[in-house]
Design a protein around this ligand. Sequence first.
Ligand code: NCD
Ligand code: ZN
Ligand code: ZN
Ligand code: ZN
Length: 353
Amino acid sequence: MPTLRLPALTDVHVHLRDLGETHKEDFASGTAAALAGGVTTVLAMPNTKPPVIDSAVFDSAAASVQRQARADVGLFVGAAAGNAQAAAALADRAVGLKIYLDATYGPLRVNDWTSLLAHFRTWPRGRVIAVHAEELSIPVAVGLAWAYGQRLHLCHVSRREELAYIQAAKAQGAPITCEVTPHHLFLDETDLPRLGARGQMRPPLATPDDRAGLWEMLDVVDCIATDHAPHTLAEKSSDAPPPGIPGLETTLPLLLTAVAEGRLTLDRLVALTHTHPRQIFRLPEQPDTYIEIDPDARWTLPDSGWHTRPGWSAFAGRPAQGRLRRVVLRGQTAFEDGVVLAAPGSGRLISPL
Ligand code: NCD
Ligand code: ZN
Ligand code: ZN
Ligand code: ZN
């Protein structure tokens, strides 16, 4: 097959670690990894140091994006106790409000009635609320969104029963969308003995039956998002390894391999990684922007040489079919044959339409 041209990917869930944890990643290295994965738009999570929970930190993060980004970046604002007004005041600049209902990396978490009600009441209608909600936190978030007329996006859904519930709620007209990650589609808990801490993330790798459920109900899923969560190998090898794995550069080859194996159509891949993410978050179009892939190239995902700062991958050693050759962003070649050409500052800070 000749070179294939596809819409560039939009990844609605990444951790780029700017401002205070740049030993893990920053906007320049994280957007280099994005381009090397065929991704021209990323939406960055607020569980940073310091967390993005007020306009002062938002302004600093926005300025850092404008200096460093090589691809387009949207910023979430995070929910904390007592910041419902401050968060709502950022609704036109942020791509959404992010609420962590369950424990994960970093201290940002809200799971008491008073704070949750304040956020669901105050956030402007029509703007997205994205949630880290596992198991019984999912119906809590869906119920609050329904009661207050909010648009809810469920991050990294990982279990069969969760997706079955989302399917049922959508059938009743619930105002919800959801994403799944490549690691929950391509790995499960049977990979843990081999991966050790490199296989630890929130939500954790699930059972083979949960993983099969994600594939069986893939038509209920709106987007594939990486949850790119870079931590250094030293941190992952420590006594208390932080949860999360890098994903920006491995997602496209994993999905192209699934297409080659007949598990996914190319149309569905484009819907899950481009069309739906841009619709859900009402992102401005990127004119003259696309990727070129060699659909026949066979290669093995390596353990080093990645653009993401930690430089390792939980998918190392996997055979892949399909390889990114070129990324064009607004008419400029931003990546070609392994080399990132876009300079820091060429990416834009984006906000919803
Ligand atoms: C994320 C991180 O490292 O920031 N880690 C993870 O395991 N997914 C946090 C998150 O997305 O919950
Ligand atoms: Zn999460
Ligand atoms: Zn995340
Ligand atoms: Zn488009």
